[in-house]
Design a protein around this ligand. Structure first.
Ligand code: NAD
Length: 362
C-alpha cells in the first residue's frame, strides 16, 4: 500500500535541506520503485507568517493522516519577539503531543571519515554507533504538582515531580529492546535507582520487560556513571534507554561526541509506529539562504523514516551506504570540511548522495 509522507520544511535552512531529502525520495520512487506519496505543509515561523499560527489545524490533520512526517527545522530571530504561544517551537511541541510521540530515537554515529571532527581522541570515537532511546512524554517535565509557590514564611519554593507509571516504562523499554534486536542486542537502562524511587520502579519494570527478550543483554547504569562512561568509552554502548530528563542530557552529550551537528538524525515514534523524523540541529539562521547547510542529517533522517515507519529497511541501507561513500570520496559541506577534502554546497551534496545510491544499484 502506498505510504504517505508529510514534508514540513519549516524555517531557516529547513527548506534547503528538505529540498535535498525530497530529491532523494523522488529518486527512490522512480529508480527503486518505493511506493510513497508526499505532501508538503507549513509549520513554525513560516506557518505563523501565512496563517498566524505555528501549527495550523490542516498541518496537524495532515500529520495524523500520514505514515511519517519529515521536518526540516523551525525558529529564528524574526519570531523571537512573539508571545510564547505563537512561537515556531510551539508548532514542534504541538506535533509531538498531537501525534503522541513518546519515543525519541537519537543515534550518535561518527563516520570513521569524520573522526577528527570530535573533540575526543579519534580512537575513542571513530566508528561510534550508539542509539539513545529517550522517553519523551512523561517524567519531571510533565509531572504534577509543579510550579513556584510562596511558603507561609514568605520564602518561595519551586517544585517539579518525577513520575512514571509501569506501562509508560514498559512501552519505552519495548521500543529499545525491539531496536536492539535489529542491532547488537545490548541495552543499557539508565536510572538513578539508588536515590529516586521513581527510577527504582523504572529498573524493576525494565528487568521484568526484558524477560520477553531472552536474546537481549540488559545492563543498568546510574545516570552519573552513564555520563562518565559516555565520554570515557562510548563505544561500549549499543542501545541506551532512559527517561525524559536523563535522556535529554545524555543524548546531547552523545551528539557532541561526534562533533558534527549537521550529521545527526532523529526519530520520534508513537504507539502505532507513526513517526516524525528530523535532524537534531535547528534552523541555523546564521547560514540560511547561503546554500552551504549540511543536508546529511536530514538525508539520514529519511533513512530512519524508511526503517522505522515505512517498512523499507533496504532503502534505508542504500541511503546509509551512499552517505558513507560520498564521505569516502572526500566531499564535505563547510561544517565538516578538513584539509584535503572537497568543499561542496547543500545541493551538490544532495546530488552526490543520490548519484552514489544510483551507482550502487549497478
Ligand atoms: P542551530 O542548530 O540552528 O545552530 C547551531 C550552529 O550549528 C550554528 O552555527 C549553525 O550554523 C550550525 N548548524 C546547524 N545545522 C547545520 C547544518 N545542517 N549545516 C551546517 N551548520 C549547521 O541552533 P541555534 O542557533 O541554537 O538555534 C537556531 C534556531 O533554531 C532557534 O530559533 C532555535 O529555537 C531553533 N531550533 C530548532 C530546532 C528544531 O526545529 N528541532 C532545534 C534546535 C533549535
Amino acid at each position: 500500500m502506498t505510504k504517505k509522507i508529510l514534508i514540513l520544511p519549516g524555517d531557516g535552512i529547513g527548506p534547503e535541506i528538505v529540498a535535498e531529502a525530497t530529491k532523494l525520495l523522488d529518486g527512490l520512487r522512480t529508480d527503486f520503485g518505493l511506493d510513497i506519496e508526499t505532501e508538503t505543509a507549513l509549520v513554525g515561523g513560516a506557518a505563523y507568517d501565512a496563517y498566524g499560527n505555528p501549527l495550523p489545524e490542516a498541518t496537524l490533520a495532515a500529520a495524523k493522516a500520514a505514515n511519517a512526517v519529515l521536518l526540516g527545522a523551525v525558529g529564528g530571530p524574526k519570531w523571537e519577539p512573539l508571545h510564547i504561544s505563537k512561537r515556531p517551537e510551539k508548532g514542534l511541541l504541538g506535533l509531538r503531543s498531537g501525534l503522541g510521540l513518546f519515543a525519541n530515537l537519537r543515534p550518535a554515529i561518527l563516520y570513521p571519515q569524520l573522526a577528527e571532527a570530535s573533540t575526543l581522541k579519534s580512537e575513542v570515537v571513530a566508528g561510534l554507533d550508539i542509539m539513545i532511546v529517550r522517553e519523551l512524554t512523561g517524567d519531571i517535565y510533565f509531572g504534577q504538582p509543579r510550579g513556584i509557590e510562596t511558603l507561609p514564611s514568605g520564602e518561595r519554593r519551586g517544585l517539579n515531580t518525577m513520575v512514571y507509571t509501569e506501562s509508560e516504562v514498559e512501552r519505552i523499554c519495548r521500543v529499545a529492546f525491539d531496536i536492539a534486536m535489529q542491532r547488537g542486542k545490548r541495552v543499557c537502562s539508565v536510572d538513578k535507582a539508588n536515590v529516586l524511587e521513581c527510577t527504582e520502579l523504572w529498573r524493576e519494570v525494565a528487568i521484568k520487560t526484558a524477560a520477553d527478550y531472552p536474546e537481549i543483554e540488559l545492563s543498568h547504569l546510574y545516570v552519573d556513571n552513564a555520563a562518565m562512561q559516555l565520554v570515557r568509552a562510548p563505544k561500549q554502548f549499543d542501545v541506551m534507554v532512559t527517561g525524559n530528563i536523563f535522556g535529554d542530557i545524555l543524548s546531547d552529550c552523545a551528539a557532541m561526541l561526534t562533533g558534527s551537528i549537521g550529521m545527526l538524525p532523529s526519530a520520534s515514534l508513537n504507539e502505532q509506529g507513526q513517526g516524525m523524523y528530523e535532524p537534531i540541529h535547528g534552523s541555523a539562521p546564521d547560514i540560511a539562504g547561503q546554500g552551504v547547510a549540511n543536508p546529511l542529517a536530514t538525508l539520514l533522517s529519511v533513512a530512519m523514516m524508511l526503517r522505522y515507519s515505512l517498512g523499507a529497511p533496504d532503502a534505508a541501507d542504500r541511503i546509509d551506504a551512499a552517505v558513507s561513500k560520498v564521505l569516502d570520496h572526500g566531499l564535505r559541506t563547510p561544517d565538516i570540511a578538513s584539509p584535503g577534502t572537497t568543499t561542496v554546497g547543500t545541493s551538490a551534496m544532495g546530488d552526490a548522495v543520490l548519484e552514489a545510491m544510483r551507482a550502487s544499484a549497478g
